[in-house]
Design a protein around this ligand. Structure first.
Ligand code: ATP
Ligand code: MG
Length: 404
């Protein structure tokens, strides 16, 4: 959790600085929220959803991603009328996948959505926030930003026809899965990790020849904005997002440092989504980052995140001392110190326990010390100890207080 919180807190702080307010939407939704928006041929809908029937017979799904849920809530008016609507979220997502390093069935995402702005400026700001977060986490030099355009519907239709012609000419060399996708959603073939498919894709046509003037200008605008902000990116004409609702900008920050699961933060523009869900035509753009993968990348490349503050251990010896120790512990905690009580055993057992708790110092209270109104403060690193009057304990322990 400490590593997760490190990622979440950086994201939350930066998102607020960019004007994204935190929201929380339900962890489950009616299945249609996902099925209708993600597309019948997406991996998520075909193989990865955790879907159940509830007591009323309604079909519900544990959210596999959060864009559809946010859009559903925006349409429902739950977030008021603010436009554009800018939100940040952090929370669990569920996908029935083959569990492995960096790929979990319950994983966690941070994400942002900017709903109600159709301009390339919105895409640029959303990507800039992602890059800023990676920079703040200290991992920006470990990732590559890949970017592509999925253009508008007409451009995509023209491109799809050219791609299908190419793929059909090499159908024998395609994997079974890609042959299925070729029939149902050919753009998804570009996403394949199969070596045979990759060979066929190597000389597949790119979308560039089919871009409408508007789509090309939009993409240029985004690329220029990123360059103006000194955000390095590479064009990947094969980058498509796994979900049907994306158009124009698609992007992904990937790393080599995590092995096979290299995508850490990904997103794009989804102008058709809100309308697909029965709302008014509303443009949108956003991204989601995998918290486990980001935390692993931080650990892998920057080193361990700051440990919890070291506590003071209270070591009472005898019944009267134990009773007094309770009050002392509370008093010190109120003064802002982290305090670990030792609950049982001899002096050495309790000091061992203090050690396990990584205590920086121990306050040792024996019955005879109680009588004299003093306690022993032992620095557990140096072993040095002093006897202090109870009233002055706070002063003696101040240097062990956790930083701000
Ligand atoms: P992948 O290609 O790795 O399956 P994806 O395209 O399915 O990723 P997105 O839907 O774009 O992933 O989700 C955004 C981010 O969430 C990913 O970049 C990744 O960091 C993280 N993520 C997705 N699925 C998982 C998972 N099963 N376990 C851990 N993290 C995940
Ligand atoms: Mg996936």
């Amino acid at each position: 959790m400490r590593r997760h919180r490190h990622v979440i807190e950086h994201a939350r702080t930066l998102a607020a600085r960019y004007g994204f307010a935190e929201v929380a939407t339900p962890i489950f939704e009616f299945s249609d929220v996902f099925r209708r928006t993600l597309g019948d041929t997406s991996d998520i809908v075909t193989k990865e959803m955790y879907t159940f029937t509830d007591r009323s017979g309604a079909e519900i799904t544990l959210r596999p991603e959060n864009t559809a849920g946010v859009a559903r809530a925006v349409i429902g008016g739950n977030f008021g009328e603010r436009r554009p609507f800018k939100c940040f979220y952090a929370g669990p997502m569920f996908r029935y996948e083959r569990p492995q390093k960096g790929r979990l069935r319950q994983f966690h995402q941070i994400g942002v959505e900017l709903i109600g702005a159709a301009e390339p400026l919105a895409d640029i700001e959303v990507i800039a926030l992602g890059a800023h977060l990676l920079e703040a986490l200290g991992v920006l030099d470990q990732v590559t930003l890949e970017i592509n355009t999925l253009a508008d519907e007409a451009s995509r239709r023209a491109y799809r026809a050219a791609l299908v012609a190419h793929l059909e000419a090499h159908e024998d060399a395609l994997s079974e899965e890609s042959r299925q996708r070729l029939k149902r959603n050919p753009l998804r073939v570009l996403d394949s990790k199969d070596e045979g498919d990759k060979a066929v894709l190597a000389d597949a046509p790119a979308i560039d020849a089919h871009l409408s003037a508007e789509a090309a200008a939009f993409f240029d605008g985004v690329c220029q904005g990123l360059s103006a902000l000194d955000i390095a990116f590479t064009r990947n004409p094969r980058l498509v997002r796994g979900l049907d609702y994306y158009c124009h900008t698609a992007f992904e920050f990937t790393t080599e440092a995590l092995g096979a699961q290299g995508a850490v933060l990904a997103g794009g523009r989804y102008d058709g989504l809100v309308e697909t869900m029965g709302g008014p035509a509303t443009p949108g753009v956003g991204w989601a980052g995998g918290i486990e993968r980001l935390a692993a990348l931080v650990e892998e490349t920057v080193g361990a995140v700051a440990a919890a503050p070291r506590p003071i251990a209270i070591v009472p010896l005898g019944t009267r001392a134990e009773a007094a120790a309770l009050g002392l512990a509370q008093r010190l905690r109120r003064e802002g110190l982290a305090v670990e009580m030792t609950y049982r055993g001899s002096l050495s057992k309790r000091l061992k326990r203090a050690d396990q708790a990584r205590a920086a110092a121990a306050v040792i209270l024996g019955d005879d010390e109680m009588e004299r109104g003093v306690a022993t403060v032992r620095d557990l690193d140096s072993g040095a100890q002093v006897e202090a009057p109870e009233a002055e304990l706070g002063t003696h322990l101040a240097r062990y207080a956790p930083g701000p």
